[in-house]
Design a protein around this ligand. Structure first.
Ligand code: SAM
Ligand code: ZN
Length: 307
């Protein structure tokens, strides 16, 4: 059974409950109003800190998709995301990493549990909805990008579930609401990484799974200006690249105990970190920390438990 979205939603400014008002939502405490368009509450209010940069990023994604000619919906593609390599014969490293990581989250970290309430941050089209709905979970997709073709609007292709235009640094949800809170390739877009992870932890229940999948990393001596991100930055997409230590520290500061840490594509930590990875129990995480500290640019996935 789907919990009415209004029960979960809170004002992103003052965290008070919201009420229906004039075909939108209203906060009874600070009096702010939020539109609801195409069934999607628009909680990325222009007064929120950083909202201008986030709205500019949303426009940047549309511009990028148009320029690169993937703006028009493609049912055959969207039906198989993220498994485009396996299903369509692509050879795409980024999708390979997201595919591997979502499989780990679903099959190994969440496992046989069903009926969970799940929040995906930075969900875009919400391609993962089909996996959660098939497991009898309640699924809520959130993103700053509400576009009908490449953002939350496209989620209707996958079924009927809650979609909310929201900033991950100011989540419009009540504390301790979700059993799983995760994102794919989204933390590195935060203007404030620590704040985004803290928000994910806040809306997660004690014992919940909180995960960041396929987030870009740089070796500790590498420049934070990754040349591969220049084109997106020119479109005002908020690209950053962090060390694995910055992600791990953000999780620790948010009260999240990291249970599994590995390269986003699942490749073993070689050559750096190979010996460390052989230690019992803590080896794989330590090996990955050593590996990603030295490896120039790649991706990490972190799976944690909210304390
Ligand atoms: C690289 S895309 C990944 C999209 C999707 N997770 C996937 O794997 O196909 C990053 C996503 O993060 C979203 N995003 C960026 N900053 C955000 C923020 N502050 N809050 C919520 N979503 C954000 C973007 O709009 C975009 O959809
Ligand atoms: Zn308010």
């Amino acid at each position: 059974m789907q919990t009415p979205l209004l029960e979960l939603l809170r004002c992103p400014f003052c965290r008070a409950p919201l009420a229906d008002a004039d075909s939108g939502l209203a906060c009874g405490r600070c009096d702010r109003r939020f539109a609801v368009e195409d069934g999607i509450p628009r909680m990325l209010h222009p007064d929120l800190p950083g909202a201008a940069a986030k709205l500019a990023e949303a426009a940047g994604w549309v511009e990028k998709a148009r320029r690169e000619r993937w703006y028009e919906p493609d049912d055959a593609l969207d039906a198989v995301l993220p498994f485009v390599n396996e299903e369509l014969g692509w050879d795409d490293l980024n999708w390979a990493s997201s595919s591997y990581s979502i499989r780990v989250l679903l099959d190994e970290v969440v496992g046989a549990r069903t009926g969970l309430r799940v929040l995906e941050l930075g969900a875009a089209k919400a391609w993962a909805s089909r996996f959660w709905l098939a497991r009898g979970c309640e699924y809520v997709a959130a993103d700053i990008l509400a576009d009908p073709n490449i953002g939350l609007g496209r989620g209707a292709f996958y079924g009927d579930f809650a979609r909310v235009q929201a900033d991950g640094e100011h989540l419009p949800f009540a504390e301790e609401s979700f059993d799983v809170v995760y994102c794919v390739a989204t933390l590195h877009h935060a203007l404030d990484l620590v704040r985004m992870v803290r928000e994910m932890a806040r809306v997660a229940r004690p014992g919940a799974v909180v995960a960041g999948l396929n987030e870009g990393t740089r070796g500790v001596l590498r420049s934070p200006e990754n040349p591969d991100q220049e084109a997106e930055k020119a479109l005002r997409i908020n690209e950053h690249v962090h060390t694995v230590w910055a992600y791990a520290a953000a999780f620790a500061r948010a009260g999240l105990a990291i249970r599994r840490l590995e390269r986003a594509d699942g490749a073993p930590p070689r050559p750096f970190g190979r010996l460390l990875s052989k230690l019992p129990r803590v080896g794989p995480a330590l090996g990955t920390l050593a590996h990603l500290s030295v490896y120039p640019y790649t991706g990490v996935s972190l799976y944690a438990e909210r304390r």
